[in-house]
Design a protein around this ligand. Structure first.
Ligand code: ACO
Length: 425
């Protein structure tokens, strides 16, 4: 039997039964109730309780702390898969078989180079430009090199541009990093896999072959898998929203990069490290916690719109922290982070609000141990998230139910009034 919601509006005497499907009602159905001010709508700043799409890509149960890509638990993917395998899974719905994976890896390897003229664009930025700004602008600039991305309804053109973008993001990120260091760019090397090549393009000096510890390459792979998608978060919603007016992949992902940069979203990893440095020692943690409780500061890397339990990604990262520190030596800020977490998990302020460490709480410590400056942290988030953005973009483009994004407002301004000539004001 269909589940129904019965609503009565005593003011107008309207009584209706609304169908409940997938634990939602259609917001447009509420228009049947005409109330003072017009047809009834919902008011939901920040889309806290509004589903904007149907999606089969990523599943989150925030209360239970569960994250799955296409049904596969994040813990299993982080344990056994490669990032490119996960990117394929997100895009195609199934894990690739051996030949599909080999073909996919080959395609990505072929498209790693940046268009030569893009280097002129990169050269135009000030030396201290934030790498996220460079990433955002250059991602948008890709469209001028690959205008066939406008043929997004053609599956072949769409797939080619998705592969191009996933392939080029690490190269772009590495170039943005080296520009800030005034170091010459390192071209991608076909001999290396996705993550190894990324590290080589970032850190290679004059040596002929770039050697990286396998365990560090794996740590980057795991971080990339954890960051690959996270359903309808702020940046993914930005990607979908920009796609809704008929834009190409590059323009949409550029909007996603911009949204991700904010400190309440992907920029939190950079903010966590800044916070840990400011606190400096374990002894100063109680004073900091008092500031959080008094509302003077936020504990960055804590809290999440969806997770009201330990973020499963944070759990995997916490384990990776130990593995990385075994190789690089322990970051002294780890003690400060652990002390903060102790408060976070026991203090009434955090417990009553169900604030737990999120993905960004420990990732910055790993990034720093790997040799990245804080301004690169969000870039390291954007590179793998490109796979998720592309999968969500593709799903949006092929969803016949989707429309141009256009929320309503509640108007709170003046009622109509007449123009006053300048000399009468
Ligand atoms: N530190 C201190 N208090 C917090 C924190 C925090 N990190 N997060 C939430 N709160 C408090 C709020 O002050 C509020 O308290 P109140 O009820 O007394 O007013 C309550 O918890 C609910 O918080 P909201 O801001 O309403 O929660 P919302 O779901 O809108 O925000 C967000 C989620 C933005 C992630 C928030 O928890 C936050 O700012 N965290 C710090 C930034 C961060 O780590 N962001 C990364 C998120 S993961 C990601 O995007 C990849």
């Amino acid at each position: 039997m269909a589940d129904l919601l019965q609503i009565t509006h005593p003011g107008s005497g309207t009584e209706r039964e609304l169908a409940i499907t997938d634990a939602t009602i259609r917001a447009t159905e509420l228009r049947q109730f005409v109330v003072e001010g017009g047809p009834l709508a919902t008011y939901d700043p920040g889309y806290v309780n509004t589903a904007s799409c149907r999606s089969s890509i990523t599943y989150i149960d925030g209360d239970a702390g569960i994250l799955e890509y296409r049904g596969y638990p994040i813990e299993q993917l982080a344990e056994s898969a490669s990032f490119l395998e996960v990117a394929w899974l997100l895009l195609n719905g199934e894990l690739p078989n051996a030949s599909q994976l080999a073909e996919w890896e080959q395609l990505i390897t072929e498209h790693r180079m940046l268009p030569d003229k893009l280097k002129t664009v990169l050269a135009g930025f000030p030396y201290d430009a934030h790498p996220m700004t460079i990433l955002m602008a250059s991602t948008a600039a890709f469209y001028s090199f690959y205008p066939d991305a406008q043929n997004f309804t053609d599956p072949e053109a769409r797939a080619l541009n998705i592969a191009r973008l996933i392939a080029k993001m690490p190269t772009l990120a590495a170039f943005a990093y080296r520009k800030g260091k005034a170091k010459p760019y390192i071209a991608p090397d076909d001999a290396y896999g996705y993550c190894h090549n990324f590290l080589a393009m970032l850190f290679k000096q004059a040596e002929r072959r770039y050697h990286a510890d396998e365990r560090l390459i794996r740590a980057v792979e795991v971080l990339f898998i954890l960051h690959a998608d996270h359903e309808q978060n702020c940046s993914t919603s930005a990607v979908r929203s920009v796609a809704s007016s008929g834009n190409d992949l590059y323009t949409c992902v550029s909007a996603g990069v911009g949204a991700l940069h904010g400190p309440l979203h992907g920029g939190a990893n950079e903010a966590v490290l800044k916070m840990l440095r400011e606190i400096g020692t374990v002894e100063r943690v109680p004073e900091f916690i008092e500031g959080v409780k008094a509302g003077r500061v936020r504990m960055m890397g804590f809290g999440h719109r969806v997770y009201k339990n330990y973020d499963p990604r944070a759990r995997v990262i916490k384990k990776a922290v130990d593995d990385v520190f075994e190789i690089t030596g322990v970051n002294p800020l780890l003690e400060v982070a652990q002390e903060l977490e102790k408060y976070g998990l026991t203090d009434e302020y955090f417990v009553s609000r169900r604030l737990y460490p999120n993905v960004d709480f420990y990732s910055g410590l790993i990034y720093e141990a790997l040799g990245f400056p804080p301004e690169m942290f969000t870039v390291l988030f954007a590179v793998p998230r490109t796979a998720g953005w592309a999968a969500q973009y593709q799903e949006f483009i092929t969803d016949p139910e989707q429309k141009i994004a256009r929320p309503k407002q509640i108007y709170t301004g003046y009622a109509r009034r007449d123009y006053v000539p300048l000399d009468a004001r």
